[in-house]
Design a protein around this ligand. Structure first.
Ligand SMILES: *[C@@H]1O[C@H](CO)[C@@H](O)[C@H](O)[C@H]1NC(C)=O
Ligand SMILES: *[C@@H]1O[C@H](CO)[C@@H](O)[C@H](O)[C@H]1NC(C)=O
Length: 199
């Protein structure tokens, strides 16, 4: 008798949990529509899409400037980025097709997408005590072009002395973060710190 009641209770509990699971996560939220919805929480039903094998996971290194390099203020410099296993040059219209379709692979099994460079001012310490505000950046640029010999580059100029973090942000064709096949892996992106000096 105890076993039967226990079984019935377990079945009830499991069905309760799965009905919570099955609840539409988008209920009550603004539906995604291909625009970038910044000020209200929204909800996308785009599927994750095509996922590469572990042998085709994206990896990035910033080759220029060097990590920790000091560069002069108000002077152009070039950031160079090398990426493997990202078929670059795939960049949907971010005004109308943001998150609007699933991740795609090319015929060789590599993710089709693009990367970005985002630069944030850290102040006078290379490692500030608090994370920088993601709404604020000193420089941002999509690397929309196709890589030349696996290298993407971007010229920029920084106008305040201090430390900066330069990061890449790789994305799929319609701008979602890259979807990878396994959780335990190396990062798909790279970040470096540099210092901008008045002298
Ligand atoms: C997309 O949704 C946002 C948020 O609801 C709305 O402000 C915007 O007008 C919509 N744009 C289009 C093109 O449907
Ligand atoms: C600095 O870079 C900008 C943007 O690429 C370019 O228009 C400008 O001519 C460059 N200035 C110098 C001095 O190279």
């Amino acid at each position: 008798m105890k076993i039967i009641i226990g079984t019935i209770l377990s079945i009830l509990l499991i069905s309760l949990i799965s009905s919570v699971d099955a609840k539409d996560v988008c209920t009550g939220l603004t539906p995604a529509n291909g625009t970038q919805i910044a000020n209200v929480a929204s909800c996308s039903k785009t599927a994750l899409g095509q996922i590469p094998t572990v042998n085709h996971m994206t990896s990035t290194i910033i080759t220029k400037p060097e990590f920790g390099q000091t560069l002069p203020i108000n002077k152009n410099f070039t950031v160079e980025v090398k990426i493997i296993n990202l078929h670059t040059g795939f960049f949907s219209n971010p005004e109308t097709q943001y998150y609007s379709f699933s991740q795609t692979l090319d015929k060789n099994g590599k993710i089709e997408g693009h990367s970005h460079i985002t630069v944030q001012y850290l102040g006078l310490k290379a490692t500030p005590d608090n994370p920088p505000d993601p709404r604020t950046f000193a420089f941002f640029q999509g690397l929309n072009a196709k890589a030349v010999d696996g290298t993407l580059s971007q010229t920029l100029k920084l106008t305040e002395a201090g430390f900066y973090r330069i990061c890449t942000m790789a994305a799929s064709f319609s701008h979602q973060p890259l979807i990878m096949p396994v959780a335990k892996r190396g990062s798909q992106d790279d970040c470096i710190r540099i210092r901008i000096s008045e002298h």
